[in-house]
Design a protein around this ligand. Sequence first.
Ligand code: MLT
Ligand code: ZN
Length: 490
Amino acid sequence: MSASCARLPTLLALSTLESLAVLSPNQLSSLQHIFPADRLHLDAATCERYGQDWTRYTTPQAAAIVFPVSIDEVQAVVRWANVHGVGIVPSGGRTGLSGGAVATQGEIVVSMDRMNCMDGFDPLARTVRCQAGVVTAALQQFAADHGLYYPVDFASSGSSQIGGNIATNAGGIRVVRYGMTREWVAGLTVVTGSGDVLECNLGLTKNNTGYDFRHLFIGSEGTLGLVVAATMRLTDPPPFTTVLLLALPGLADIMAVFHAFRSALTLQAFEFFSDLALTHVLAAEQSAAPLAERQPFYVLLELETVTPLQDEAVLQVFADCMAQGWVCDGVIAQSQQQAKALWRLREGISAAITPYTPYKNDISVVLSRLPEFVARLQGLLARDYPDFEVLWYGHIGDGNLHINVLKPASWALADFRHACEQVNEQVFALVAEFAGSMSAEHGVGLLKRDYLGVTRSAADIALMRGVKAVFDPNDIMNPGKLLQLDGSDT
Ligand code: MLT
Ligand code: ZN
């Protein structure tokens, strides 16, 4: 599929529907045999709340929300869905940004909120068994309480759940050092779209026994089945960390700064944001600017150090970058509190711009091509987005840029989206030219589905459909997300 296909006409039509989807009496009574009344919700408020994620581009239209407490119940609802031909939307913390966990077609939302236990801590293997509904921050805290570390982190850690992180292969702020969620999954229990329970990889370090279904389910966005539990790896915490913020006159030399720091020190994070992004965070959080003078771009670095503050080494690289003219100012956190405050400037961006219903592009290219890509993209966006506020931020040390376009209050959502999709044609053509990804970490979901062909070949997509048909032959698992089983999206 080319990047110029028609865009999601069904979503716009659905957004006009008002009534809640309704189950037949027969469907409802058989569902009531699986779930007691307090774990089967049909009311409009719950259906609305659980029928959407952090995106606001679709209208929730869930038929019911169920809260299983066991794998048996998950299996039972999947079998029920197959019998009745009703779709299932797996639901974690609903912090997704691509419409991967929205229910827009009368699906049953299966929330993992009640399956949130951690057990089976193995200090020797350094793993812990988590049910899918364990919140990311709870796993991080569990690790810390045992002198260990779970390094996958993002602004939504307080509400995102491990099952959702796995289903979307969540990335976040320390990918440059620790990789994405995939790296931390030693074992996975899933219920497939056919209702089979699979134990994938059994928490083993070595297991060369053919196809590793664990990796197929990681990042599958709930289209093959539901993640119900996982054995998560933990590691040593970093001895010390140093956080600094640098101001840059432009993006041209940002990768030179990255290279300079990475060559001399251990980078845990290398994030960037534009001054416009900073303006929005400062306004939303009512905080003061971190540096005396504003500059067009900022880089936030977190360095792993062996002493509390490796000032000399850090200052040396900083001085070199200043001498080169790559950096014009900077500040180093002198305490945990200051480090947190600097991180807020980056992590607070997403929440700060949420009221503007941002249109999000989440793209990546390989690091060596990033400077040229960024230069081309800057020219393109300046030319094609003259009327909107366009914010740049993201995980530039991973080659990952988040381009957020803010909706002017006077614009209708559908018109705004349409305008952004026009520019997408050019953006994605550039991404394709640079052999990049149209969705680096947010996933494809519903909102980016019709752009899959920017990054995946026709042969890839045909095989993906074949894989889905094997695990979910009746297309009940998160139907319409990532791809259409019947090929109607191509
Ligand atoms: C981030 O990097 O802040 C997250 O991916 C959220 C976002 O892009 O808005
Ligand atoms: Zn991000």
